[in-house]
Design a protein around this ligand. Structure first.
Ligand code: SF4
Ligand code: SF4
Length: 342
């Protein structure tokens, strides 16, 4: 079993990020509670329709999911929490890539295509930011829950949200077929883009209401694919990410996702992240060649960039001997140098 730090040594480490989350919760939950008392007054008695407007006016198609009943919102939060728990269990305790792929596919179908990618934790970053600076802005409790849950999970188990729950990660994960290695210095340099994007998105989100913009949602490259609609250029950008993603593992996740920046910061303090341990693995380096995300350095998974996808376990001869799920025969792998591993 992978060794993990005791709770006694871990609690001081997670105290900082945990406290930050609690402050965020306090900061945003006030306006959210106040939201229930706000009376909505419709500014006009009769809304214009296609008939009253005339001249062949056609109402544009709504490009965002319609509001959901409270019960369904609660169901989404419960499903997200359950999926995070299952992802952590499969990645860290069971170490089963096959079941992680099944979870990834299920979450892509539900949170991606069925729920149309909205509201998602990535976009909720903007709602939470606005609520922190503008106390007239009410953010629903379930949006707060969607924002916080993956971060709390990251504090305990690393980026398990990216492992098998996030639909944006899932659609890229399933496209990785012939990954090439990105030079490490280039990989690290591109990794700064997600912080720049996060800063830009927060800047536009906290502008006065009249100028405010949610750029993460506006320029989400995959949400149009989930909804089978959207601006043509954005659909092409999403498609380009997927095509590039055949050869370069998860480009959006690694270099652009603003919520991924937060997750990497929180997973730095993770109590029990995904690990490659000499006590359980062969420590031969095959896993390093198998990771399409450059997330293994010196034969250890880097907790800030590891997506807990489980691909490296599939390349491990020891893991293969324990489970039937490796795609490469153990004898074949054991005789190969790391460079030749899949
Ligand atoms: S990095 Fe962002 S887009 Fe990728 S799986 Fe994680 S949260 Fe989703
Ligand atoms: S080290 Fe790489 S291959 Fe292994 S789980 Fe992390 S991201 Fe996946």
């Amino acid at each position: 079993m992978p060794r993990c730090a005791s709770l006694g040594t871990v609690l001081p480490r997670v105290a900082g990020p945990g406290l930050l989350l609690v402050l965020v919760l306090f900061g945003v939950s006030g306006p959210a509670a106040a939201q229930e008392h706000v009376e909505y007054e419709r500014p006009v008695d009769v809304a214009p329709t296609e008939d009253t407007i005339g001249e062949g006016y056609v109402t544009p198609e709504v490009q965002r999911p319609r509001p959901r009943a409270a019960a369904w919102q609660i169901a989404d939060v419960v499903l997200l929490a359950a999926a995070l728990g299952v992802a952590a269990w499969l990645a860290i305790w069971r170490r089963q890539r096959g079941w992680l792929v099944a979870l990834t596919t299920a979450c892509l179908l539900y949170f991606g295509f069925y729920r149309e990618g909205c509201v998602c934790p990535i976009g909720s970053t903007q709602n939470v930011a606005v609520a922190l600076v503008d106390h007239t802005y009410a953010v629903p409790h379930y949006v707060i829950a969607l924002f916080v849950l993956p971060l709390v999970a990251a504090l305990f188990f690393g980026r398990v949200f990216c492992a098998g729950v996030c639909p944006l990660g899932a659609i890229q994960e399933l496209m990785v077929l012939k990954p090439v290695e990105v030079p490490r210095r280039l990989d690290k340099a591109l990794g700064w883009l997600k912080w720049i994007y996060l800063g830009t998105a927060l800047y536009y989100a906290v502008l006065p209401a009249i100028e405010r913009d949610f750029v993460i949602c506006r320029f989400d490259p995959f949400v149009g694919l989930f909804r089978f609609t959207g601006a043509a250029w954005l659909l092409m950008v999403g498609g380009a990410f997927l095509v590039v993603g055949i050869f370069v593992g998860r480009p959006y996740c690694r270099w652009l996702c603003p919520y991924g920046a937060l997750l990497s910061a929180f997973s730095r303090y993770a109590w029990r992240p995904f690990s490659i341990t000499p006590s359980r693995e062969l420590d031969c380096g095959l896993c390093q060649s198998a990771c399409p995300y450059g997330a293994i350095e010196e034969r250890r998974a880097v907790r800030t960039s590891c997506f807990a996808c489980g691909r490296c376990y599939r390349s491990c001869p020891v893991h293969h001997a324990e489970t039937p799920e490796s795609v490469v025969p153990a004898a074949e792998l054991a005789g190969r140098p790391p460079e030749a591993a899949p």
